[in-house]
Design a protein around this ligand. Structure first.
Ligand code: DAH
Length: 358
């Protein structure tokens, strides 16, 4: 029978000579694989008898154990070496200058919302929110919008599929339903603004099926039309950062306010370009009015005791006017070049520092 001493030397040499993990694996296969040296010898055990077979079997098992242990050691050594080589190669040179990274920007729309919130925040308003998916009561009925009102017709409103009970939810067409939700849930005095998404089935250069509004609501026992005017004049001047911006209140109609007024700001269109500020022209920017007594009653507030005003405006529209954004649709394109041009650096909040209290 072949002496195993010789084979052992050969096996250990094979393992020692492997200089990479791949080479070690080849060696393992040559020794312990299905057709490896030790495996082949083990297959031959069947041909032996009695004590010979036992003795040879034990010796082979011993050899197999030794080979496995040597392979394990070699593997750990090679892994360590590979790691050390990689660390040496990948060493970081901390003295290299930092690679320039593109600064993120605050989207012009987020910036505008922050400015609006900052201005009304200084006037004591807090921010309220409500769901994008509304029911008929909150989006329409409670706001005194009767069933035959044009705003209810399908071309304006996105309706969800009919519910089993026959009701149909809608994507809110304005932020006004949050007025209703607020009056239902807290007692006056109320002083909130509601920035949020709104939805209408409309799409062209100045309309998007999803857009943003900010709603305002003030309810207490004494707030009157004079407060509405003072508050909105102050807002317009702070937002556009023009101290003597002309502001005009024009009689109008909304189902949920009485009386109602649209608010225009002064501008000039001389020479083709639009310029906000003094001038011969007017630009409509928001709707407002004294909350209709029926709306108060629909929301569980006693109209004999409480009154107040509300307003609503499109955020994209005033952002476009303030920042000279020509195309509404580009606001949602997420084109990096647009974002870099119209975006803002963090803490660049002109209205916080230069808006009110100038
Ligand atoms: N909800 C109105 C709209 O979508 C905007 C509006 C006008 C809201 C007058 C008000 C308001 O609260 O008093 O177009």
């Amino acid at each position: 029978m072949e002496s195993l001493d010789h084979l052992r030397d050969e096996i250990l040499r094979l393992i020692r000579q492997a200089t990479s993990l791949d080479a070690l694996e080849q060696a393992r296969i040559a020794i312990l694989g299905r057709k490896g040296r030790v495996t082949e010898l083990m297959k031959g055990l069947g041909a032996l008898e009695g004590a010979d077979r036992r003795e040879r079997g034990q010796a082979l098992n011993l050899l197999k154990g030794e080979a496995e242990e040597a392979i394990g050691h070699a593997a750990r050594r090679l892994e360590d070496e590979a790691l050390r080589a990689r660390l040496a190669q990948e060493r970081v040179d901390v003295s290299l200058p930092v690679r320039a990274e593109g600064d993120g920007r605050i989207h012009a729309l987020s910036q505008t919302i922050d400015e609006i919130v900052a201005i009304f925040g200084e006037m004591g308003f807090s921010v309220a929110e409500g769901p994008d998916i509304e029911d008929d009561f909150h989006n329409f009925a409670a706001l005194n919008i009767p069933p035959e009102h044009p705003a209810r017709q399908e071309q304006d409103t996105f309706y969800l599929p009919e519910h089993r009970d026959g009701g149909r939810k809608v994507l809110r067409t304005h932020t006004s339903p949050v007025q209703v939700r607020t009056m239902q849930s807290i007692a006056p005095p109320i002083r909130i603004i509601v920035p949020g998404r709104t939805f209408r089935s409309d799409h062209d250069a100045t309309h998007s099926p999803m857009f943003h509004q900010v709603e305002g609501l003030v309810i207490d026992e004494a707030t009157h039309m004079g407060h509405l005017k003072g508050c909105l004049i102050e807002f317009c001047r702070a937002f556009f950062d023009i101290d003597d911006l002309p502001v005009r209140f024009r009689p109008s109609y909304f189902p949920f306010t009485e009386p109602s007024a649209e608010v225009d700001i002064g501008c000039s269109r001389d020479g083709g370009g639009l310029k906000i500020g003094a001038g011969g022209d007017w630009l409509e920017i928001l709707g407002s009015g004294m909350v209709h007594p029926k709306v108060l009653a629909n929301c569980g507030i006693d109209p004999a005791r409480y009154q107040g005003f509300a307003f609503g405006m499109g955020i994209e529209r005033i952002a476009m006017l303030k920042y000279g954004i020509p195309d509404l649709r580009a606001i949602y394109d997420n084109d990096l070049r647009w974002l870099r041009h119209y975006g803002f650096l963090p803490l660049d909040l002109p209205s916080m520092t230069g808006g009110l209290g100038r």
